[in-house]
Design a binder for this molecule. Structure first.
Ligand SMILES: CC(C)(COP(=O)(O)OP(=O)(O)OC[C@H]1O[C@@H](n2cnc3c(N)ncnc32)[C@H](O)[C@@H]1OP(=O)(O)O)[C@@H](O)C(=O)NCCC(=O)NCCS
Length: 179
């Protein structure tokens, strides 16, 4: 994730932590359960509610070794994203953030997926794939046909397995950075 590591470094911001970990009444408009039942009775679900505890998201990103980003900017990025999908483990009346992704969009033709992450304890179980498929389903549901992303070198094959192509028809992603 070196690319956005460098994009999102800077000073920290503040964020409220009300309700962290506790399961509030789930709003069915935002929630889709996965066909998964853990040994301890846990369940997993996707949520498109963008009201996410930023400290919990920071912990998730810490767990995969991403550099910290200013929380005020993370909050702004989430607020201005077209689609935000979080993945939760629910145990009794507690829940834990175990996956995240978001997409920006022009709301008509194009969307770009960012910040795809699954907690290391839950990796290798097909959840990253499910998260991406859910993102694509939601974007297609909004009639977005051109879905792009920036893959770190070590995850190119992960995205190829989902149908993403590197440089289709020779098209190159190009970047401009401040000096
Ligand atoms: C990349 C990531 C989201 C994958 O999540 P995951 O839950 O482990 O992936 P899945 O278990 O759903 O794997 C789906 C398929 O992709 C493959 N895959 C997973 N990670 C891969 C990788 N890094 N490289 C190549 N293939 C990979 C799996 O073997 C599996 O293949 P299969 O369908 O043939 O069995 C997760 O490893 C992660 O959060 N990594 C750290 C953050 C990161 O690098 N994000 C991407 C930024 S661009």
């Amino acid at each position: 994730m070196g690319f956005w590591k460098s994009l999102f470094t800077g000073t920290d911001g503040s964020a409220s932590r009300a309700g962290a970990g506790s399961l509030e009444v789930l709003d069915s408009r935002f929630v889709e359960f996965l066909p998964y039942q853990g040994e301890n009775g846990s369940r997993l679900y996707f949520s498109t509610d963008r009201n996410i505890d930023l400290y919990e998201l920071e912990e998730l990103c810490d767990a995969v070794g991403w550099s910290r980003r200013p929380l005020r900017k993370v909050r702004k990025a989430i607020q201005h994203s077209f689609l935000v999908v979080s993945l939760w483990e629910q145990k009794g009346n507690r829940r834990r953030l175990i996956g995240f992704s978001r997409a920006t969009s022009d709301h008509a033709f194009n969307a770009t997926i960012w910040d795809v992450v699954v907690n290391p304890s839950f990796q290798g179980k097909g959840l990253g794939k499910s998260l991406m498929k859910y993102m694509i389903k939601k974007l297609r549901g909004e009639d977005i046909s051109n879905i792009t992303l920036f893959a770190d070198p070590h995850v190119v094959e992960f995205y190829q397995g989902l149908g993403f192509m590197v440089d289709p028809e020779g098209i190159k992603g190009m970047f401009w950075y401040p000096d």
